[in-house]
Design a protein around this ligand. Structure first.
Ligand SMILES: *Cc1c(COP(=O)(O)O)cnc(C)c1O
Length: 358
């Protein structure tokens, strides 16, 4: 039996895609093999690889002057790769701190250059998105932001005004909203939230920035974007199965009408849950309403024991991974693209019943 899975990542996948993968598990497209069994240099796999890349281009309207890279190492590796690839000539970079993942990105970048936290929402427990516009150093090589804060449940709805190139960790909200790629110099995202299963990392980077002259002198070969960019992300064996899953996920997304349709559905799901929370006497969400995430909805009953009771009863009702991140406590429902409205309604029904008993 399937559960209602509100995990922040790895997270639930569309049942249609899981079934398709199951159906072709032993024989992908007449090849007699699973994509995990085939050569990454063969024709069958090559088509999968290029289809996945083309779908990213298609769905996100990626301009031609950007590379679309499929890497390993997760978003966390990019915390290191970003400064290593960009700080070779001008070692200044500015960061906005909006929670756990930005804090990690800043800590990781620190040893690589003159890293400045130009804005932070730590003063209010990361419950809002600070405006960095007036604090960005005009000569910074880049400004790093985390567009969706998975743990705190906030998201950027507008970018700081700056000519400094923006680098964005979009791990938890890529493919959920339409945005112009050209507003960014670099976009990166681990796959396990909205793209595929864990094991592949998407990096979209402006071609002019991919130059070994811009890398720090000690940058390892496998951290240099150029290494993979020159080889269409096939410098070494790529995660073939994960990229195949990514291709099937993106095809599914496209079939649903692309990102603008997905956004409508995501917005409807999130609004429904926020509306319920805002009108409830038991539950509350403390995020600045204008900065609320559509993907990760944090809430609490305001009482630790009641929150624990909620998690316990939810689990018994087949609702899993509803507990807030350990650094924050409370509760969290992650509503990535694959979470259905039916799943949200099921959760709402449970929340209503739980509230009535209190
Ligand atoms: C999950 C997450 C990460 C970490 O991703 P890994 O693939 O585990 O390295 C980084 N940033 C954000 C915003 C995330 O949600």
């Amino acid at each position: 039996m399937r559960v209602y899975n509100f995990s922040a990542g790895p997270s639930t996948m569309p049942i249609e895609v899981l079934k398709q993968i199951q159906a072709e598990f032993l024989d992908y497209n007449g090849s007699g093999m699973n994509p995990m069994e085939m050569s990454h240099r063969g024709k069958v796999y090559d088509d999968i690889h290029n289809e996945a890349i083309n779908l990213v281009k298609d769905l996100l309207f990626v301009p031609d002057d950007y590379y679309i890279l499929l890497l390993q190492g997760g978003a966390t590796q990019q915390f290191e790769a970003v400064p290593m690839n960009l700080l070779g000539k001008n070692n200044k970079a500015d960061y906005v701190n909006t929670g756990h993942w930005s804090t990690n990105a800043i800590k990781t970048a620190m040893p690589h250059g003159d890293i400045l936290e130009v804005a932070s929402s730590k003063d209010k427990n990361f419950t809002y998105i600070p405006d960095a516009t007036n604090f960005i150093r005009p000569d910074a090589r880049y400004l790093h932001i985390t567009t969706n804060n998975t743990i705190r449940g906030t998201r950027f709805t507008k970018l700081p005004k700056t000519n400094v190139p923006i680098v964005a960790d979009m791990s938890s909200n890529i493919l959920s909203e339409v945005f112009p790629v050209s507003d960014y110099a670099v976009i990166y995202a681990g796959a396990q939230k909205n793209i595929a299963c864990a094991g592949v990392t998407l990096v979209i980077v402006k071609k002019e920035l991919v130059d070994n002259d811009y890398t720090l002198p000690y940058t390892p070969l496998m951290y240099k974007w150029k290494t993979q960019a020159d080889k269409n992300s096939l410098y070494n064996t790529c995660p073939t199965f994960n990229i195949y899953v990514m291709m099937r996920m993106l095809q599914h997304l496209k079939k649903q009408g692309g990102i603008s349709e997905i956004y409508k559905a995501d917005k409807e799901k999130a609004d429904k849950l926020y509306n319920f929370i805002d009108n409830s006497k038991l539950y509350s969400n403390n995020v600045n309403p204008a900065d609320r995430s559509l993907m990760n909805i944090v809430f609490t009953t305001g009482n630790e024991e009641t929150d624990a009771q909620f998690v316990k009863e939810a689990t018994a009702a087949n609702i899993i991974s509803i507990k807030g991140h350990k650094s924050v406590g409370g509760l969290r429902a992650s509503l990535y693209n694959a979470m259905t409205m039916e799943g949200v309604d099921y959760l709402l029904d449970f929340m209503k019943k739980f509230e009535l008993k209190k």
